[in-house]
Design a protein around this ligand. Structure first.
Ligand code: NDP
Length: 399
């Protein structure tokens, strides 16, 4: 039994917090701390009455001193960072100062650059090791479960893995012409960036959305998907021995792409500040304010997600291929925790990662990506906590 401090109270955090409360034999006490305390209080009011004791706090997670005071007062066994990627380093600094384990779901991104990579967080490796604390990076679905699936394939299914294609299909329909299913600022920054994939030890770059494929997803059917850069390519390229190529594809509907193009063309996705009525505003942040809140999509979104990894490689000298994936239904998630499947598929693995670090199953002082831990307890927990996985041994391959 342990205590977790959860920072952030948005779409993903709400699911993770519901799941911590369902898992009260592990999470005896949680503190929900975020910028807007009223959101934490509203969630506490909804969940109070179970076996997990809940408290709330206001915190500016950009401020290390505030975080340190909060951690010193609450004394958590683990800090689960479900704020935005911009806060990763300040929260890691506070964990170092208080010698507290750290878990997140997205790698650091300086707000002014729209560029994410692991180098900033990997630079904390020695300091976390010396402090005797574990930082688990990327415990969402992608990154997260995709890394666990990869570690599982390395451990149990292959002698060598040569190719990985990570597929992220959201076939949910929320009925809006344009909305993002997680934080709009982070989502739009991710999809308007140049694409890239990892091949023969180096990056190959593409224009945004340049590479399109159609894939026939199990339990969903054929969908258009596009090659994107994605953060787990960077760590899996280093951590899967013998890998020759890793790519990441995400599905998008035509309405989303047409709106995104228009918004880009008129400068609404820019992160360069502009003058507006005597104030500096950032167009992308303004756009976020007028788009539907991802947390409000839950009741409207119908359909399923299918996210997983196609592996190709060798076993006992023979060619082998495999698709390990999860299918998640938006409305079933909504019935269970009041959120759509994108928040659900991220919030459940966030709870599982925090649990495994908190209870010492994953105890490795230093800073590690998720595929560097034993995948088996995580794979078992996925089946138990709402994201059962399946294996297709004759999958269609991506051309
Ligand atoms: P939301 O925008 O819904 O929630 C973010 C929360 O963080 C909000 O409650 C916000 O407060 C709070 N917050 C932001 N800045 C601060 C700050 N300075 N101090 C304190 N709290 C702050 O985002 P999501 O829930 O959609 O996403 C959460 C994280 O999950 C993101 O990092 C995202 O990149 C990641 N993610 C990872 C995925 C994966 O598969 N690995 C998939 C989807 C998301 P306020 O309420 O005041 O705005």
């Amino acid at each position: 039994m342990g205590k977790a401090l959860i920072i952030g109270c948005g779409g993903v955090a709400s699911v993770a917090i519901h799941k911590c409360c369902q898992n009260s034999s592990e999470f005896s006490e949680i503190c929900i701390a975020s910028r807007t305390k009223s959101k934490c209080d509203a969630l506490k009011a909804k969940l109070d009455g179970g076996n997990t004791k809940i408290s709330t706090a206001q915190v500016d997670a950009d401020n290390v001193d505030e975080l340190v005071t909060l951690i010193e007062n609450f004394k958590p066994d683990v800090v689960l960072n479900l704020a935005l990627p911009y806060q990763d380093l300040t929260i890691m600094d506070a964990c170092l100062k208080t010698k507290t384990h750290y878990v997140d779901t997205a790698n650091y991104e300086p707000p002014e650059t729209a560029h994410f990579e692991y180098k900033w967080q990997w630079a904390y490796r020695d300091r976390f090791k010396d402090a005797g604390i574990t930082a688990l990076l990327g415990s969402g679905f992608d990154p997260g479960v995709t890394g666990v699936f990869s570690a599982y394939a390395v451990k149990h299914e292959f002698d060598t893995i040569e190719y990985i294609d990570i597929l992220d299909c959201n076939a949910g329909d929320h009925g809006y012409p344009f909305a993002t299913n997680f934080n709009p600022e982070i989502n739009i920054r991710e999809v308007s960036a140049k694409g890239s994939y990892w091949e023969d030890g180096k990056w190959v770059y593409t224009e945004p959305m340049e590479i399109k494929r159609v894939y026939n997803f199990p339990e969903i059917g054929p969908k258009d998907m596009y090659l994107l850069h994605h953060e787990e390519l960077e760590s899996l390229g280093l951590n899967v021995p013998g890998i020759k190529r890793i790519r990441f594809f995400m599905t998008f509907g035509q309405s989303y792409l047409t709106h995104l193009k228009c918004l880009e063309n008129v400068g609404m996705t820019s992160i360069e500040p502009i003058d507006f009525e005597g104030k500096k505003i950032i167009p992308l942040q303004f756009l976020k304010a007028v788009l539907p809140d991802p947390a409000s999509l839950g009741p409207r979104t119908k359909g399923k997600t299918n996210i997983g990894c196609i592996f190709q490689g060798k076993k006992d000298g023979k060619d082998k291929k495999l698709y390990i994936y999860n299918v998640c239904d938006h409305q079933e998630c909504y019935k269970e925790v009041g959120s759509q499947a994108i928040s659900y598929t991220t919030g459940v693995p966030a709870m599982i990662g925090a649990m495994l670090v908190m209870n010492g199953t994953w105890n490795k002082p230093g800073v590690y990506n998720i595929e560097e831990f034993d995948p088996d307890p995580f794979m078992d927990a996925l089946n138990r906590w709402g994201l059962p996985w399946k294996v297709s041994r004759e999958p269609e391959l991506v051309e």
